[in-house]
Design a protein around this ligand. Sequence first.
Ligand SMILES: [Zn+2]
Length: 91
Amino acid sequence: MEVNALLNEIIDEVVEETETEIVNELKSDFHYNNEWIFQYERNIKKLKKKNKLLEKQIYKACNHNWVRDYDDLYSRYKICTKCKLSNIPYK
Ligand SMILES: [Zn+2]
């Protein structure tokens, strides 16, 4: 084999190996981030659930003072000046 052809073959091999390494590294970062996204999404869901329960408890505990919601004048609900919840049933 001619020296130039041999050199070209070696260069092609090195380029391909480097490319594979880079792609694998990027894929690894991608999967790592996805794991974190999954964890955060689970935590957000948990916190939302907890806040729903807290809202229910606040609703029960507060001695409400209902007033019209001036940010939403057409709303049929009122807002409590103390706990800031509206007078909708919290299930
Ligand atoms: Zn209240």
